[in-house]
Ligand binder design. Sequence first.
Ligand SMILES: *[C@@H]1O[C@H](CO)[C@@H](O)[C@H](O)[C@H]1NC(C)=O
Ligand SMILES: *[C@@H]1O[C@H](CO)[C@@H](O)[C@H](O)[C@H]1NC(C)=O
Ligand SMILES: *[C@@H]1O[C@H](CO)[C@@H](O)[C@H](O)[C@H]1NC(C)=O
Ligand SMILES: *[C@@H]1O[C@H](CO)[C@@H](O)[C@H](O)[C@H]1NC(C)=O
Ligand SMILES: *[C@@H]1O[C@H](CO)[C@@H](O)[C@H](O)[C@H]1NC(C)=O
Ligand SMILES: *[C@@H]1O[C@H](CO)[C@@H](O)[C@H](O)[C@H]1NC(C)=O
Ligand SMILES: *[C@@H]1O[C@H](CO)[C@@H](O)[C@H](O)[C@H]1NC(C)=O
Ligand SMILES: *[C@@H]1O[C@H](CO)[C@@H](O)[C@H](O)[C@H]1NC(C)=O
Ligand SMILES: *[C@@H]1O[C@H](CO)[C@@H](O)[C@H](O)[C@H]1NC(C)=O
Ligand SMILES: *[C@@H]1O[C@H](CO)[C@@H](O)[C@H](O)[C@H]1NC(C)=O
Ligand SMILES: *[C@@H]1O[C@H](CO)[C@@H](O)[C@H](O)[C@H]1NC(C)=O
Length: 441
Amino acid sequence: MRFSSYLAVALLQASVSVASPLEAKVLAPRSSRPHHAVSPYHPGKLFPSSPARTKTCTVKSHGKGKDDSDYILKAIKECNNGGHVIFSKETNYTIGTALDLTFLQHIDLDIQGTITFTNDTDYWQANAFKQVFQNATTFFQLGGTDVNVYGGGTLDGNGQIWYDLYAKDIYILRPILFGTIGLKGGRIEDLNLRYSPQWYNFVANSSDVVFSDLTISGGSKSSNVAKNTDGWDTYRSSNIVIQNSHIDNGDDCVSFKPNSTDIVVQNLICNGSHGISVGSLGQYLGEVDIVKNVYVYNISMSNASDGARIKVWPGISSALSGDLQGGGGSGAVSNITYDGMTISNVDYAIEITQCYGQKNLTLCNEFPSNLTISDITIRNFKGTTSKKYDPLVGYLVCSSPSVCSDITIENIDVVSPSGTDLYKCGSIAGIESQVNCAAAT
Ligand SMILES: *[C@@H]1O[C@H](CO)[C@@H](O)[C@H](O)[C@H]1NC(C)=O
Ligand SMILES: *[C@@H]1O[C@H](CO)[C@@H](O)[C@H](O)[C@H]1NC(C)=O
Ligand SMILES: *[C@@H]1O[C@H](CO)[C@@H](O)[C@H](O)[C@H]1NC(C)=O
Ligand SMILES: *[C@@H]1O[C@H](CO)[C@@H](O)[C@H](O)[C@H]1NC(C)=O
Ligand SMILES: *[C@@H]1O[C@H](CO)[C@@H](O)[C@H](O)[C@H]1NC(C)=O
Ligand SMILES: *[C@@H]1O[C@H](CO)[C@@H](O)[C@H](O)[C@H]1NC(C)=O
Ligand SMILES: *[C@@H]1O[C@H](CO)[C@@H](O)[C@H](O)[C@H]1NC(C)=O
Ligand SMILES: *[C@@H]1O[C@H](CO)[C@@H](O)[C@H](O)[C@H]1NC(C)=O
Ligand SMILES: *[C@@H]1O[C@H](CO)[C@@H](O)[C@H](O)[C@H]1NC(C)=O
Ligand SMILES: *[C@@H]1O[C@H](CO)[C@@H](O)[C@H](O)[C@H]1NC(C)=O
Ligand SMILES: *[C@@H]1O[C@H](CO)[C@@H](O)[C@H](O)[C@H]1NC(C)=O
């Protein structure tokens, strides 16, 4: 049975590839689909199957840094609805046009070469796709149904020019490298993401998507830091897996933004990040933000500001910085588990705040968050924090016990460089019996 369907696929492929012996010679070899197993955890809902592709299209390149968007669109349109698009190995493709790829259906994008986005910051600021939430924009938007992207190649966001521009003007719109927008069923695997101007991945309006075996790295070569380079941000998305990846970045390793549900994050090595974060949430007055059913398992977290982090704005409008302000929004964070994290040189192993953006805790407690936090489990952490908050190793501060409940912290073997294991605690009922709370100051 399995043999015969394999044979049928092979025959179909052969009928396309050897249609003309001349053409066969120029066809680049196809990568086979990696299809890494979702393991050990699974968000519960089955992922739809993806039929084999029966046609191959190879993307040509103009070379010399010229915009290849015309060739890319041509190949994708030719191979949409059942085909396999090859970006050839050892080829440098350039993208200088914002590509709307939300029409994709049953297609594999086999990126073996390198795709670099142009450094034309004026063009991208005017034309990158506006995703509205937090003023996010993306170089391209990839969506549709049943899309697989893999091939071992690289997407390079040419971030340096953006890091330098942002240092001069925090209001410039830096594009996100990989926009997964409105994708229903898909896998993004075996790719290298480099030098994103901002977040590396924005996953919005999507469901049933697996990210596996990716590497993320970049950073600034000038004195201007590569800021806000989150690994992934999920938004209005459900049944998402992020696993088996190595992330070297300068903001959240993974962040669950409003309406992220049924998500598994496992087997990640994060370095230099702000941790695996729920939020920030409750930023926009009048909006309802939900994050629930999240399982975070087996994370190595080094050189970071946080390990596990839940950040929620208080009930009063607050400003973290000129381009980041909010508060007053409502909603709920519930059924979140962090199970297994090894930390090294991390400022806070665990941070829960409902006073995000509001340094005045008196004011925060006067206007408790409109967004509740409940049913949170954090367990099996080990390692050593950084010196930054020594003797503290964590920060557990809600705005009122009435909006923060059922928080379980267990089997935590984390110490500061001086050997202490103290937490700053506030407004969480029963927390004193679970961790060593520092005396109130
Ligand atoms: C692609 O770009 C890299 C880095 O700039 C360069 O080393 C390599 O020679 C280029 N390859 C081709 C085929 O142009
Ligand atoms: C932008 O890229 C072009 C083509 O690669 C290059 O010639 C130019 O020097 C770059 N400009 C900046 C400001 O980096
Ligand atoms: C998601 O879908 C909603 C509703 O159709 C739409 O308003 C929004 O622009 C889409 N994209 C994002 C990033 O939210
Ligand atoms: C979005 O852009 C507007 C206009 O530049 C700015 O006022 C606002 O602070 C920005 N919001 C965020 C969340 O960056
Ligand atoms: C944990 O993740 C690492 C990769 O970061 C992997 O090598 C290891 O096998 C995983 N362990 C378990 C128990 O899944
Ligand atoms: C890890 O992050 C630190 C601090 O951000 C950085 O100095 C170091 O180069 C990174 N290590 C690796 C292996 O990328
Ligand atoms: C999130 O979900 C809630 C509850 O279903 C809904 O009221 C809210 O509008 C959603 N927010 C966004 C940004 O989609
Ligand atoms: C809580 O989330 C886990 C995944 O982390 C899921 O398996 C479980 O069904 C959820 N519980 C409820 C009551 O939804
Ligand atoms: C953390 O940073 C130190 C110093 O920058 C570096 O030596 C180490 O490799 C980093 N850890 C990881 C896991 O990359
Ligand atoms: C903090 O807020 C309280 C209550 O509104 C106010 O009395 C106090 O002056 C504020 N403290 C600072 C340092 O602004
Ligand atoms: C939000 O919280 C503030 C202070 O706790 C309260 O005054 C306000 O009515 C709440 N708003 C909503 C929409 O729940």
